[in-house]
Design a protein around this ligand. Structure first.
Ligand code: MN
Length: 270
């Protein structure tokens, strides 16, 4: 069920159980603080700030990586403009990766961030909120980039995915209305999702902040595996759409990569 990337071995739950590796912890103690850079990523990242050094940590200082965007920054324009993409990926997403790496410094963690946030209960309480916010932020943004493509290039859903949408939501248009409603009724910052529920059906839902449906029912109202998601934090749309979240949500459907959504649906059903 967990989307662990091929070729990357996730540590078992037992492996992960809070082994503190002394050499790693020694290195971690020298890591600089995130105070100046993490604040750009919002309250979640800021909450992870520790220590008092002034040099910002690189996103690469730790087990998690900021992957490049899978397309040029202007690929989604005019739906999402290049400047928004640049800031969103290069500052906000990078900030979550940086703060996550600092939060898990000294801990043995799963190789995939999805596996990490799916088992928050065994993360040490002292860093659980930081891992929830910044692990969620890293996972959600990596997911978000992956399910978009150039405007009007993607064929609409078909086959098993369309059948599942019709069965659970009535029609593709009704699913879009449900998804839009989830996006517009999420007060403040958060995400709208189309998820595969544990029973295999599809549901449109939303989460606050950087919570992910992967976190499970201890942490979110509607747990499941996301196959479509939309960032509705203002940082995701304010430059282009100002406060018009509804326009942003409507335009988003022009850049959905339905092939990737279908791939994720197949993986979630395995
Ligand atoms: Mn964002």
């Amino acid at each position: 069920m967990l989307p662990v990337p091929t070729g990357i071995r996730a540590l078992s739950r037992r492996d992960f159980l809070l082994r503190r590796l002394m050499p790693v912890a020694g290195i971690a103690a020298t890591l600089p603080a995130l105070r100046t850079t993490a604040s750009a990523a919002g309250p979640g990242a800021a909450a992870a700030g520790q220590g008092a050094a002034t040099r910002p940590a690189s996103p690469e200082d730790g087990p998690f990586r900021l992957e490049p965007l899978p397309y040029p920054e202007d690929a989604l324009a005019p739906v999402i403009d290049a400047e928004t993409m640049s800031i969103h990926h290069g500052r906000h997403h990078a900030g979550y990766v940086r703060a996550l790496n600092q939060a898990v410094a000294g801990l043995t963690v799963p190789a995939s961030v999805e596996a990490l946030i799916a088992d928050l209960a065994i993360v040490p309480a002292a860093v659980r909120t930081a891992v929830r916010n910044n692990g969620g932020g890293h996972a959600n943004h990596a997911f978000f980039w992956s399910i978009m493509t150039r405007p009007d290039r993607s064929p609409p859903p078909s086959g098993a995915l369309l059948d599942a949408i019709n069965a659970s939501c009535g029609s593709l248009e009704q699913m879009k209305r449900n998804f839009t409603s989830a996006a517009l009724t999420r007060f403040g910052s958060g995400w709208a999702w189309l998820i595969v529920r544990p029973d295999g059906g599809l549901t449109c839902t939303s989460t606050p902040n950087q919570d992910s449906p992967l976190m499970g029912d201890t942490f979110v109202d509607a747990p499941g595996t996301p196959i479509l998601g939309l960032d509705v934090w203002e940082h995701a749309y304010y430059l282009n759409y100002r406060n018009r979240r509804a326009d942003y949500v409507e335009a988003f459907f022009r850049v959905v990569d339905w092939n990737e959504v279908a791939r994720r649906y197949r993986d979630a059903r395995r």
